[in-house]
Design a protein around this ligand. Structure first.
Ligand code: ADP
Ligand code: MG
Length: 908
């Protein structure tokens, strides 16, 4: 019987097959060229790059060049890397060139596949970005593939976390740049805060290939990338608002515990308006005026802090600080803070020190960052389950690339236990069973905590020989995971840990050479040692094969099928045997979601005894259904985030474009004059409304505005006395006077200085106002959610009001710029001052799987270690993480007296 899902897959599969088939013909075309290219000398092969570039200059397109460029890259890979890209890699390369997502299984060689379209597109000289999930992978891939690119005459750069702007600019200037999504986004935002084009580091966004594209464009897209800087102290403000709340009575607000919302009623709103007005904090007419967005946001937070958050249940007060208690695990989370002022509201409530806030200086979602590329493509082992999202949001079509060799892995049905306890018992038993026959085991968990828990259990059962990975120290973990295919290895890893590193049965030659022969110079002895390692690996591989290959044992199902597939896919690479199995219990989160109560009863009825498992295809299907539901919900969440971000994105585009235009222009007088004129028009219209009787004119007000904004003392009141003076006469005279003052100033300053001054004033004012605007948008966004009771759609409300805020900001900008430029004076004939410094900034991007900040300095520990600059005296003997890179022959920093290679640096 064919299920509907299977049927759909058949249809999907067949159209996929047709696409792949059509590409096979083109691959044959490339393969047909192989003979010719093999006959070329190295010099002739290398000369192809210049030939292709000349062809492009003469009107050929990259599409025209594809067969020859791919053939060139293939031949070069054979010569320099000793690998001949398989036909399926060529197919994937074509998909990437044609803006698709190549779904290719783990271990099939995506890194090499990408070099083909990278080479082809880099010929255009506009820069190609290869995007990886972490710094370690960016460095590794750049380094291995640089051999190929350099051979073909192309330059390669890599962006590392600690780099300064000059290094970054140089790397972005290369034909090909390897970088993480975080660094790319961060540089983009920072670039758009700079004051001169020359300070910017990135070039326009031409072509990007995103590796592990599902992680970056789907998982990481759940949270935006934010750059922030410290904000001034607002302790008094928080305390003021905090004091309002205890003055409220029950009729003033409504609390919904379940939905975790607390809102003011109409009476409450009026009460707040009154209190704010008394304190002199109410702007405009009422609380829901757009000027009060920030205040409403803080009022809401204060109300929530008092009504929804309980001391010693949701948080504790410790050492003058609020420490969050995780609602699921019940653990304290020191250092974690609630967002956007809520934490400060709690601090005010508990009368502890109010910690300084950070202000968002700029932010972007990865969706919007990557949509800027003229051409975007991606690759991963798992994309098909999310094909709809890739299509909808990025316009990227997923193409499943067949494996080079048939997959020989056996995927067992899920094994379901009644309790977590029984499940873990079974897991440990299975691990030990596999271990006893030397089968390497990779145990996948859904969180670091669960990995640690399992490790603890194994230790209790006397197993010591295992490794735990938690996606924090990418370089070390890459080595560990690369060895996870050695017979008898037990590796416990979260889903994300060791991503991008291939698990080869028997171990990884390159990794071992790198580690074991680090200090050995090139030469015969080294070659000999390499041969010895090779032989060792071959023996180990045989043993691992005999034991059935890598056994992937998953301790839970993830909420997304894609992540489960990723885990499974780590076994059975390139036709190797392997096995995978998921262990579940009715107490797992996912099982609870789809009503395990009923199932529990059923299992009991069936007479399931303790420690017995049920295995049934029905369960797999039911789970898949539950996963699909969760996936759909998460997709909605991301779409929603994007809808809001799109509003800001449109505004950001306008601002950044304007900024660039200003930065580049050599002449700003026209723009400045236009701004000034608009300001004057608004000013006059306000004080002398059209068709109003002369008695209604606010002449004193006009005079004041002219003085304040234009820095001019004009006899406006005299003009008003003139018989029958027309309204536009005011406008004309003020404009004339202002233009003259501006012209005089320009004359005094000289054109060059004037332009410089105008530019600085505009850019700085724009930046300040834009940052304020971002904060307002943030606040607006949290506020619109609370207006639900008025039956309005929060998103459309947000759109309308953010547009109003944007307009207001532009009006403000014109005024600020005009007012400043009508006042500047040259103190001396000073040489142009250096451009203002950028504010202190830090990046943050919350990884939605770990909840940790990717930019957290801790997470970068391995890079600091990498620099070999650690002063040995600063090493902590008891903590190997503080040692940096230790030379193999050095005495071990732990103080044992043994050489490092025989102590902590020993390979077991
Ligand atoms: P993926 O990213 O698809 O999981 P990798 O790019 O890490 O896979 O490659 C896996 C392994 O396969 C690497 O060791 C790589 O050197 C090897 N490999 C890739 N392509 C080829 C090829 N055409 N011939 C031989 N080995 C290859
Ligand atoms: Mg890879």
């Amino acid at each position: 019987m064919v299920s509907f899902g299977g049927l759909a897959r058949k249809i999907f599969g067949s159209s996929n097959d047709r696409r792949v088939k059509s590409m096979r013909q083109r691959v044959q075309q490339i393969t047909a060229l192989e003979k010719n290219y093999e006959a070329l000398t190295n010099e002739q092969l290398q000369a192809k790059t210049a030939e292709f570039r000349a062809a492009l200059a003469n009107g050929k397109t990259v599409d025209d060049l594809l067969p020859d460029a791919f053939a060139t890259a293939r031949e070069a890979a054979k010569r320099v890397l000793g690998m001949r890209p398989f036909d399926v890699q060529l197919i994937g390369g074509i998909v990437l060139h044609e803006r698709g997502i190549a779904e290719m299984r783990t271990g099939e060689g995506k890194t090499l596949m990408a070099t083909l379209p990278v080479y082809l597109n880099a010929l255009e000289g506009k820069g190609v970005h290869v995007v990886t999930v972490n710094d370690y992978l960016a460095g590794r891939d750049a380094q291995t593939m640089a051999k190929l690119y350099n051979f073909l005459g192309l330059t390669v750069g890599v962006i590392g976390h600690g780099m300064d702007d000059d290094q970054r600019r140089a790397s972005y200037g290369c034909d090909i740049t390897y970088a993480t999504n975080n660094e790319l986004g961060f540089d983009y935002l920072r670039d758009n805060m700079k004051y001169e084009r020359a300070q910017m580091v990135q070039r326009p966004h031409h072509y990007a290939i995103v590796d592990e594209v599902d992680s970056i464009l789907i998982d990481e897209a759940r949270t935006p990338l934010i750059i922030s800087g410290p904000l001034e102290d607002r302790t008094d403000f928080y305390n003021l608002i905090n004091n309002f709340i205890p003055q409220l009575s029950a009729e003033d607000f409504e609390v919904d515990e379940k939905a975790k919302t607390a809102i003011f009623t109409e009476v409450g709103t009026e009460r707040m308006e009154q209190l704010l007005a008394e304190a002199g904090h109410l702007k405009g007419e009422g609380l829901y005026d757009i000027e009060n967005v920030a205040i409403v946001h803080h009022l809401n937070n204060a109300l929530r802090a008092h009504t929804l958050f309980q001391r010693d249940k949701d948080y504790i007060v410790n050492n003058d600080e609020i420490v969050i208690i995780d609602e699921f695990t019940g653990r304290m989370m020191p250092g974690r803070r609630y967002s956007e002022g809520l934490h400060q509201a709690l601090e005010a409530k508990e009368a502890v020190k109010i910690q300084p806030e950070n202000q968002t200086l700029a932010s972007i979602t990865f969706q919007n960052y990557f949509r800027m590329y003229t051409k975007l493509a991606g690759m991963t082992g798992t994309a098909a389950t999310e094909a709809e999202e890739f299509g909808n949001i990025y316009g990227l079509e997923v193409v499943e690339i067949p494996t080079n060799l048939p997959v020989a892995r056996i995927d067992d049905h899920d094994e379901v236990y009644r309790t977590v306890e029984e499940k873990y018992k079974a897991i440990v038993r299975d691990i030990l069973e596999a271990h006893a026959k030397s089968q390497p085991v990779l145990v996948g968990t859904t969180s670091i905590e669960k990995s640690e828990m399992l490790a603890e259990r194994l230790r209790k059962d006397g197993v010591k020989d295992f490794q735990v990975l938690n996606a924090r120290y990418h370089e070390q973990e890459a080595f560990i995971i690369a060895q996870a295919g050695v017979p008898g290895a037990i590796t416990i890893a979260t889903n994300m840990a060791g991503r991008g590193t291939d698990i080869q049965l028997g171990g990884n030659l390159e990794m071992r050479v790198q580690r074991e022969l680090a200090d050995m110079p090139e030469g015969a002895e080294r070659e000999q040692k390499i041969e010895a390692i090779k032989a060792d690996i071959a023996v180990l591989k045989e043993k691992a094969l005999a034991a059935g290959g890598l056994y992937v044992l998953a301790t839970e199902r993830h909420e997304s099928r894609r992540i489960d597939n990723q885990l499974r896919g780590r076994s059975g690479r390139q036709g190797d045997p392997g096995r995978s199995k998921f262990f579940l219990s009715l107490q797992d989160d996912l099982m609870r979601i789809f009503g395990s109560d009923r199932m529990d009863g059923m299992l009991q009825k069936l007479g399931l005894k303790e420690d017995e498992a049920i295995v049934h295809p029905w369960i797999n299907k039911a789970l898949e259904k539950a996963q699909k539901k969760v996936e759909a919900r998460n997709f909605e969440m991301r779409k929603n985030l994007l809808k809001y971000d799109d509003v800001m994105n449109d505004q950001r585009k306008v601002i950044f474009e304007q900024r660039l235009e200003m930065m580049d222009s050599e002449h700003l007088t026209d723009a400045v004059t236009e701004m000034r004129h608009e300001v004057i028009e608004d000013m006059v219209a306000l004080r002398i409304p059209e068709n109003a009787y002369a008695e209604k004119w606010d002449i004193a007000g006009l005079k004041e505005d002219v003085a304040k904004t234009l820095n001019l003392d004009l006899p406006v009141e005299e003009w008003a006395k003139e018989e029958g003076i027309a309204e536009e006469e005011f406008l004309n005279r003020i404009m004339e006077a202002a233009d003259k003052a501006a012209a005089d100033r320009a004359e005094r300053f000289g054109e060059q200085i004037m332009t410089y001054v105008e530019k600085s004033v505009i850019l700085q004012s724009l930046d300040n106002l834009w940052r304020e605007h971002l904060v307002n948008l943030d606040h607006l966004r949290s506020v619109v959610g609370f207006r639900g009771y008025a039956q309005r759609d929060p998103l459309s409300e947000y759109k309308t009001e953010s547009f109003e805020l944007f307009q207001a900001m532009l009006g403000n900008l014109r005024e600020v710029v005009t007012s400043q430029l009508m006042r500047v004076e040259l103190v001396r004939e000073a040489a142009a001052e250096p451009a203002p410094e950028l504010p202190v900034m830090s990046g943050s991007h919350i990884d939605s799987s770990t909840g940790m900040n990717d930019f957290d300095p801790d997470a970068w520990a391995e890079h600091q270690e990498d620099e070999r600059i650690i002063d040995p005296s600063s090493r902590d003997a008891s903590d190997p993480r503080t040692w940096g890179r230790v030379s193999r022959n050095e005495s071990c920093p732990c103080g044992s007296g043994k050489k490092y290679k025989h102590c902590h640096g020993a390979f077991d």
